[in-house]
Design a protein around this ligand. Structure first.
Ligand code: CS2
Length: 478
């Protein structure tokens, strides 16, 4: 019997050979300690030339597990870079503290510290409390609970927010009181104009604290917009076993990602930032063209594959892309999206070609079920703007309408639905015919649901992805 490999430890050899793994002081606070943060912002921070000055304290969302696992190995973890040709391994040490998101006193302490210059967010699209018309939805249950909690805390009572933005607002109030000065909040979620969305949501939450905090945020908090990109599937037991086998230590929390990565940022960092641009990040004045290119071409086609692919019996992005029906839906949507993308140097043909290669990397088992979550919020960014613009230009918009039709068919078959509007989806799904299509569309965009021509266009496209018996058989065999 072979002995179990030793636990991942900041063993002296590791620290000596890679000096930048020494613990840097906390200057970045992150909300949303998940695989994507660890493959993306933590990677860029580690690869910045001034990494020794910029440590990250990362807070989990709903559960403490990831923080506990990472703390148990001194916050070090292995990034497995998985290309079509093989894997390479790197230990990441830029996260220096991993904390349960419910530990609001530690969050407040760190955000109130003068050394903290940046708060980054990967809290999911759905956590920004966006209503279907893009405004901040103060009526959503989690948001209104937090507004009550913040209001109680503001008047000196007991109030504990539970959403990431509610927690952030409480912590920002602490920074205002401590006089620690300006700070940058950097959204790294897949939303268009994510800095503006974050500003609206934070100010919406802060309004119950009183005008003092709203004014302070207006003067002291810069909301940076970013476009983030790196395909990072959920870690599996097989990944954990592979790291043990290849690296000779046991890592409870490795993260697997494709070799490609991209980060475009736009906005001010009043208290400084790492030199992320020296690690390949791009700083621009106008982020919109980059953001739309990524949100529509990459994330939009991901959503098509997630819904159409699962209807056809596929389980991963690579499997779905190999299905000619799904591939055609992607290419048609790309043609449509491309005619709405303007900007110097976007090089759409090359970007599309690269996406085909990235999605086709079958060694990355990117589960369609993972991408399918939170459809109502995602489709608002990925399909609605293209469809609206196509219609305004007198074209049919059938490529983006097909994404909506695939989602509508999918919600009718999905056994468990992960979506902030799951209950409303179930209620709408119980209706029939065009009433059903219209009610489901309304959850994504009232503007689309109010246009009878769009409702009938989408209804006509429903049923386009009948199950493919061959795919179902293959998937079952795996
Ligand atoms: C995906 C994204 O789950 C999803 O919705 O489209 O997580 C996608 O993999 C990343 O944005 C890639 O950068």
């Amino acid at each position: 019997m072979s002995a179990a490999p030793p636990a991942l430890d900041p063993v002296p050899a590791l620290n000596r050979s890679l000096k930048h793994l020494q613990k840097a002081p906390v200057r970045i606070v992150h909300l949303g300690l998940g695989a994507f943060h660890r493959s993306h912002q933590a990677w860029y921070t580690q690869h910045s030339p001034d990494a020794a000055e910029w440590g990250i304290a990362a807070f989990t969302g709903r559960r403490p597990d990831a923080a506990e696992a990472l703390s148990g190995q001194d916050c070090l973890y292995t990034l497995v870079e998985r290309s079509a040709g093989g894997d390479s391994f790197e230990v990441i040490g830029s996260i220096v503290e991993a904390v349960d998101g419910a530990d609001i006193s530690r969050l407040s302490q760190l955000v109130a510290a003068r050394e903290t210059a940046i708060v980054t967010l990967t809290i999911t699209e759905a956590a920004y409390g966006l209503a279907a018309d893009g405004t901040f939805d103060a009526g959503a249950t989690a948001v209104s609970d937090d507004l009550r909690a913040l209001s109680a805390a503001a008047s000196g009572g007991a109030g504990t927010p539970t959403t990431p933005l509610g927690r952030l607002v409480l912590a920002l109030a602490g920074r205002m009181d401590s006089g620690a000065g300006p700070v940058a909040v950097v959204s790294c979620d897949n939303l268009s104009a994510n800095g503006d969305v974050a500003r609206r949501a934070v100010l919406g939450m802060a309004s119950v604290w009183g005008p003092g905090l709203v004014e302070w945020i207006g003067r002291n908090v810069s909301f940076v917009s970013t476009s983030v990109d790196r395909i990072t599937p959920r870690t599996t037991e097989a990944d954990i076993a592979e790291v043990a086998e290849q690296c000779g230590y046991r890592d409870s929390s490795p993260v697997v990602a494709e070799p490609f990565r991209n980060w475009v940022l736009s906005g001010d960092f009043p208290a400084g930032r790492p030199r992320w641009e020296d690690a390949g990040a791009v700083v621009v004045d106008d982020i919109e063209p980059y953001e739309n290119r990524k949100l529509w071409l990459l994330n939009g086609s991901h959503s098509i594959l997630a819904y159409a692919g699962q209807l056809r019996g596929h389980a991963t992005v690579a499997e779905a892309l190999a299905d000619p029906l799904c591939r055609k839906a992607v290419e048609d949507f790309w043609d449509e999206a491309a005619s709405n993308l303007q900007g110097e140097g976007l090089d759409i043909p090359r970007y599309r070609q690269a996406l085909l290669e990235r999605f086709g990397n079958a060694r990355i088992a990117h589960r369609l079920a993972q991408i399918a979550a939170d459809g109502t919020t995602k489709l608002r960014m990925r399909s609605v703007p293209v469809l609206t613009s196509e219609r305004a230009n007198g074209r049919s918009g059938s490529g983006s309408a097909l994404m909506l039709a695939a989602w509508i068919d999918y919600v009718g078959t999905a056994p468990d639905l992960q979506d902030p509007l799951a209950a409303q989806i179930r209620a709408a799904d119980a209706l029939d015919g065009s009433d059903r299509v219209q009610a489901l569309l309304r959850l994504v965009s009232a503007g689309l649901a109010d246009d009878p021509n769009i409702v009938s266009l989408v209804q006509g496209l429903c049923g386009s992805f009948a199950a493919n018996p061959a795919a179902t058989a293959t998937t079952t065999l795996i």
